[in-house]
Design a protein around this ligand. Structure first.
Ligand code: FMN
Length: 370
């Protein structure tokens, strides 16, 4: 369906790297639901990987179900980036992504992240070295540029294409923008137009199947990468694939589906991180699922203090009992939890047409600096 050099992929939808979130448990959950082929890890420092730093090795932890996998590297020392790429290829990683769009000060200070975009020649040389060192594809992820006066992404993409990258991922915002404003689809289109042989994957604010289709049509990009939208709705890849293929919007998952997958997610978290730590990490994940449950304040209050798997089962049992008061005999939420018609039409008027965007907050935590 889409080709990154010698890597043929069955889906043109991609999971964006979200540091602290796109770990092995989450990738497995999304893969199990379906619609995704190439997923990526959180970003990993090339030097830490070469030093076999335990935290870096944990970030690239994977298994047979988690294929094909891309690892996102950051760093600015050509020898380190090259050696880290060779190491990743030797352990079966399918593709290497270079982080060029991370606005975190720590990354920019060492010359990685968005700072790379201001030094095209140096960056192209670094990439050429990596491409020559491995057979697997090397891709790059960038923002549109440093700020509105420096929209360097088209030039960078062209230089990287010449240097041999297999694809480019573009988040349609500038570094200065952070996560404010909306994604600049025109900006992504300019990157698509700047390259001639490689696929450009658009990214930013895709939270519904319609928004993915809109991005493909408006920018001419070859695929769409989804970050926060996948956390908000792990079914987005499967539903978008179906929608793109058939033009018909698939049904939303039921509450039972959501609870089953949420429980699988916790299982995977405890398998990978151990019960105690897995439960702590799950405290920030469960409320994302609960956004689609209907009334859920009581659930959230307890799950953000989760300490064990047994406690989780109690929380869900109690929640379902409590929630029953808001449901009809078939378990459907009673209509009073739909917004009243006037409010609904007011909300509809303020939305871009045809459900292109659902409001999606930037999650708390390390995120305010991304
Ligand atoms: C919590 C969080 C962590 C992120 N971590 C990374 C990262 O490790 N590497 C990267 O290139 N981008 C990272 N990003 C940016 C996303 O990959 C993506 O480009 C951005 O969130 C826009 O896409 P979205 O609107 O689909 O989330 C992160 C974003 C968030 C919110």
């Amino acid at each position: 369906m889409i080709q990154f050099r010698n890597l043929a992929l069955r889906s043109n939808l991609f999971l964006s790297p979200l540091a602290g979130y796109t770990n092995l448990p989450f990738r497995l959950v999304v893969r199990e639901i379906g619609g995704l082929d190439l997923a990526t890890t959180d970003l990993v420092n090339a030097r830490s990987l070469l030093e076999k730093n335990p935290k870096a090795l944990k970030l690239i932890e994977s298994n047979a179900q988690d294929q094909p996998l891309a690892v996102q590297l950051f760093g600015s020392v050509p020898e380190e980036m090259r050696a880290a790429s060779q190491y990743l290829e030797s352990i079966g990683v399918a593709s290497i992504d270079i982080n060029m769009g991370c606005p975190v000060r720590k990354v920019c200070r060492v010359g990685g992240g968005s700072a790379m975009m201001t030094e095209l020649d140096r960056t192209a040389a670094l990439v050429r070295g990596m491409v020559a060192a491995v057979r697997i594809p090397v891709t790059a992820k960038m923002r549109l540029g440093w700020d509105d006066d420096n929209l360097t992404a088209p030039d960078l993409a062209r230089a990287l294409e010449d240097a041999g990258v297999a694809a480019v991922f573009v988040h349609g915002r500038t570094r200065e923008q952070g996560f404010t404003g909306t994604v600049n689809l025109n900006g992504i289109r300019r990157v698509v137009e700047a390259v001639s042989r490689i696929p450009v994957i658009g990214n930013g604010d895709v939270t519904t199947p319609e928004a993915a289709r809109h991005m493909l049509i408006e920018t001419g990009c070859a695929g769409v990468s989804i970050g926060r939208g996948a956390f908000y709705d792990p079914w987005i890849f499967r539903r978008t694939n179906e929608y793109l293929a058939t033009g018909t919007m698939p049904a939303e998952p039921t509450l039972t589906d959501r609870l089953r997958i949420m429980s699988r997610h916790l299982d995977r978290m405890t398998e990978v991180f151990g019960e105690a730590h897995g439960c702590i990490l799950f405290r920030k994940i469960a409320p994302w699922y609960a956004r689609r449950f209907g009334p859920s304040a009581g659930f959230n209050q307890r799950v953000v203090r989760l300490t064990s798997r047994a406690e989780y089962d109690d929380i869900v049992t109690d929640y379902l009992q409590w929630r029953a008061q808001f449901c009809d005999a078939a378990g459907r939420l009673l209509p009073r939890f739909e917004p009243p018609p006037m409010v609904a039409s007011f909300l509809r008027d303020r939305e871009p047409p045809s459900g292109l965007r659902e409001s999606i907050p930037v999650p708390k935590g390390p995120v305010d600096v991304w």
